[in-house]
Structures are given as C-alpha cells and as structure tokens.
Design a protein around this ligand. Structure first.
Ligand code: TEU
Ligand code: CA
Length: 535
C-alpha cells in the first residue's frame, strides 16, 4: 500500500457552535477555536475537521448553507478563518472542512432564483416534480414540498429548508467545483463530505443512496478539484457496505481517501426501523462487524475509526456505564478503537469523557430532527414517555451540548447565555479536571495518539480478531513482519480472566488502570479494563 500522510493521523472534530464562545453571545465561534488550538495541539492530533462555518440561517445548524463562500457571521469573519488556518499550520495541524453539496439552504441565491420560474437557469439546479411519490425526509414527513408560485414540488431529503441539489445538471456541478477550489486555495487540507452517497439520487425511481451515477460524479469532482493535491477526503456514507466500500475509497479509482460507514453504529437499532427504535447491543455482533471492516479494507482502501460525532449519542453513555465507571469506559472505548487500522476521529469532549445530556423537557432539545420526529411520533400515537426515552438515548443533541472547560458557570463555555443548555455535570467533567489529573481520560487519549504516530504496527499491522465468541472481552492482534501488539478490552463491569494462548513475552504498552495483573498465559481484567501489550 502506498503510504499516505493521513495513515498516521488522528482527526479532532470541532462543532464550532458548541466549542468555545469568545464574545459572550452564547454561541461558539472561530476566535474561540483560535484561543484553544494549543489545547488541541497538546492532545496530539494533527488534523481538525471543522463542521460547517458557512453563512447559514441555521435551520440545521449550518448544514443548510446560504452562501458557500462566506463565513457565518455568528462565528466570525473570513479573516478569522484564514487566521485559524495559518495558526494551525504553524503548529502542524491541518484543517479539513465540511462539504455539504447534497443540498443547500432554501435561502441560497440559487434556490431563490430557482423558485422564480420554470425557465430560470437555476430552476434545474434543484429537483422538481408535479406528482410527489412516497419518498420520506430523514427528518420526518414527505421528502417533497409544494411551491405555490410554480405549482410544483421540490425534493428535500432533510428539512424543508434544505432543498436537494440536482447533480444531473452540469452547470450546477461546475459551480460546486469552483467553490471547492476556492476553499482549497485558502490552504485547507481536505473535506469531510456530508451525505455524499446521496448525490446520485434518482427520486423518480425511489433511489436515495448509491444511485447509478454516484461514482461518476465523485470521480469527476476529484478530477476537477482535490485530485490534483495530496488531500484527505472522507465521505459520510450511511449507504456503504463492505461490498461497495471499495468503490469509494480504492485509491486507484480516484474518488475519496476513506468513508465513514455506519454499520457498527446501527447495531443497537431494530433492523429496518428508525434509529429511535432501540435494541440492546450484542458484543459478539459488534466484533463481527468491526472485524469484517478491518479485514475488508486490507485490500479495498482505508478505514475511518469513530464512535462519536455531532449526530450520535456519546459512546460512554450509549454502550458504557457513565455513572459508576465513566472514566474506565471512556478509556476502554478509546483503546479499543485507537488500536485498530485506519484513521481515528475524536469528537470534541470525547477526550474528557463528556456524557449524554438529560432533560425531560423537549424544549431543551433544539435539534430540528428531534423536534420533527417528536411531533411525528406524537401524531402517530406513540407514548410520550417512550419518545423521551428514545431521545435520551439517541438524540443528536446529546453530543451537541457545549464543551465543558472548567467548573465555573456554564462550564466556562460562555459568559453569556449558552445557545443550548450545558450538561449539569460540568462541575466534575471538564477540561481542567482532566489536565490536572495524570490518570485522566485526556492523557490516556494523548498516549493513544502518540502511540499511533510512532508505531508502524498500529499504522499498518494486519488485524486479527482473537477469541471471537468471547461474550465479555474484545481482543485483537495487530501483526507487521516479526512485530505484533495485542489489544484486550473487558467490555463489561464483571472482572474476567483472559487466556493469552500462544502469546509470549509480553510487555505492557498501555493500560487504562495504573497497573496490570498479568501472569504466564493469562491476564486478569478489572471492570472495563483495556490493555495494549506488545511482543
Ligand atoms: O447527517 C446525515 C444523516 O442522515 C444522519 O446523520 C442524520 O443526522 C440522522 O441522524 C439520521 O437519521 C449529515 C450531518 O452530519 C447532519 O448533521 C446533517 O443534519 C445532515 O447530514 C444534513 O446535512
Ligand atoms: Ca460567540
């Protein structure tokens, strides 16, 4: 495999609205990120993924873009952003930006023109029909919205304020490529591409993801923009399977560096149902899925590794025990993921063990998806308590509460009124507390990141799952030439002994506890203990 700079990288995802508010208006901003680059540097990551900072009316927190080439005024100015890129560069931190090209805001100039008449040159930049079919929006309700002036319906796979772009229109594609090059000229190092597997949609045939021309479009975009440079591109692809993954990220196909696939993340959802229809996670199934992706990508491309992002509940609360064993769980999940082959992504707050948010008041969940699906379920006759239960477990706002910097009011996020409530546990879960404790989650992540930077086995070693049917322990080996490491994680609270058959001369590289109970042929694991060994 040709080595790439991002094979050694760890990415830190910033959701600017909730990172740090520098001017007291309650909304995180670019200055706020600038003031904390040294914190990010200290963690050791070398790439930042910046969620959308473009001009937007914020129906979906910036994923509804009004002007691709302007900065959201609440976040600051273009000069601030350029400054951020430069300041990061000085510290060897690269920035990748969010690229949202499946849809725009309905307030985008193109859509305003498109609505004027059927003959307007921008009309065909979007997708219209006279007779809407049964396609549904991911945020609830029909995917079609009526426009009286035109007596036509437009397609929106997300909110009504996010009309879908028509990738069949070549002029539209050219505009998008121009915009991408505008950003590349500013010195950014790549993109995270929002719902990129939807751009080949054929709505009249009910095709959403993986449409027939999807890969033609991605390849064309590659050739006209980032393909000329050595950049990191990661596609968000809910429709990816191991069978089509290679189409996106086999380097010879000139499409993307890697994708976010969501198979493991959906293991606690009832098959075929909405992700709010929850089922218990089965560890053996989790091992099966993660391992399948590790094996598949040996020759198909490169994996991304993540537990969290701004759309997902926090992993410590989701599959761990965030009450009695929060720190142990956070370290265990980090270790389990960071030992694997691929590029790890850390979502802000994960490195300090932030947890899900809890409120019984639906008003405390501003996310449009939650608001819409809540209303829809109420209308469908669901029980309010059950809906709130799903929200506590799955709502996107679980991840979007402001970053907890210290134990002062509002976790030090803002001196004003935060745009959304801060999690009350900021008094003991915060950055300061982590930095002052040498055994903190933060320092554990720092060690994991550092290990990857300098260890070829972690970067390139072949992954081998151990003891696949063990219902309590997730253990795997990574092997490169005559070197290997073993990652062993007790996924549950009950202490357990794990047999180390055929694994000799082991040194402890990292442990989530202060010491290790190891003897010839076995290791005794405490609650959620995670260990990396090496021979
Ligand atoms: O998300 C795509 C997406 O479909 C899901 O993650 C979505 O959040 C939902 O939870 C699934 O039911 C991307 C962005 O990450 C998300 O924040 C945006 O809202 C969405 O696209 C639209 O741009
Ligand atoms: Ca602000």
């Amino acid at each position: 495999m040709t080595e790439k700079w991002w094979h050694k990288s760890v990415v830190y995802q910033i959701y600017p609205r909730s990172f740090y508010d520098s001017n007291g208006d309650g909304i995180g901003d670019i200055q706020g990120i600038l003031q904390h680059i040294d914190y990010i540097k200290k963690l050791g990551v070398d790439v930042i993924w910046l969620c959308p900072v473009y001009d937007s009316p914020n129906d979906d927190n910036g994923y509804d873009i009004r002007d691709y080439e302007a900065v959201m005024s609440e976040f600051g100015t273009m000069a601030d952003l350029e400054n951020l890129i430069r300041e990061c560069e000085k510290r060897d931190i690269k920035i990748i930006m969010d690229l949202v090209v499946n849809h725009t805001s309905d307030e985008h100039f193109w859509f305003k023109e498109a609505k004027k008449s059927k003959d307007n040159p921008y009309h065909d930049f979007y997708i219209w029909t006279d007779s809407p079919n049964e396609l549904k929006s991911n945020f609830g309700g029909s995917a079609w919205e009526y426009v009286e002036e035109l007596d036509q319906y437009y397609l929106h796979f997300y909110s009504k304020k996010q009309p879908d772009l028509n990738w069949k229109n070549e002029n539209m594609r050219k505009e998008i490529y121009k915009m991408i090059n505008f950003w590349l000229d500013k010195g950014i190092s790549g993109f995270r591409m929002d719902v990129i597997d939807l751009i080949g949609k054929e709505p009249e045939k009910l095709i959403k993801e993986n449409g027939p021309k999807l890969h033609y479009y991605i390849n064309e975009m590659h050739n006209n923009t980032y393909g000329k440079k050595d950049l990191l591109t990661v596609g968000e692809t809910w429709g990816a399977t191991i069978d089509n993954a290679g189409l996106f990220c086999n380097p010879e196909r000139n499409e993307l560096s890697m994708i976010f696939q969501f198979e493991q993340i959906q293991l606690d959802k009832e098959k075929g149902k909405h992700r709010w229809d929850i089922k218990k996670l089965d560890l053996v199934e989790l091992k099966e899925v993660l391992s399948k992706w590790q094996y598949a990508m040996e020759d198909k491309g490169w994996n991304s590794l993540f537990w969290n992002n701004h759309d997902l509940p926090r992993i410590v609360s989701r599959w761990g025990n965030d009450r009695e064993y929060r720190k142990e769980c956070a370290k265990m999940f980090g270790t389990l993921l960071h030992g694997m082959k691929g590029t790890p992504y850390i979502y802000q707050g994960e490195e300090i063990g932030m947890t899900n948010f809890y409120s019984d008041n639906i008003e405390d969940y501003p996310d449009i998806e939650t608001q819409n699906v809540y209303k829809e379920r109420i209308e469908q006759g669901f029980n309010k308590k059950d809906i709130m239960h799903s929200i506590h477990i799955k709502a996107r706002d679980n991840a979007r509460t402001p970053m907890q910097w210290n134990d002062s009011e509002n976790g030090g996020f803002t001196t004003g009124k935060p745009w959304m409530k801060v999690n009350e546990n900021y008094k003991y879960i915060n950055v300061d507390e982590n930095l002052n404790d040498e055994n903190s989650i933060f320092y554990h992540y720092q060690k994991l990141i550092n290990l990857r930077k300098n260890n070829k086995v972690i970067q390139y070693g072949k992954y081998i799952l151990l003891d696949e049917n063990n219902p309590s322990v997730y253990a795997y080996k990574r092997v490169l030439d005559d070197k290997s490491i073993v990652v062993i994680c007790n996924f549950y609270e009950n202490p357990i002994t794990f047999e180390l058959d055929g694994i000799e001369k082991l040194n402890v590289v990292l442990n989530s506890y202060k010491d290790t109970n190891i003897e010839t042929g076995k290791i005794h694991l405490r609650s959620y203990e995670a260990v990396i060994l090496e021979n």
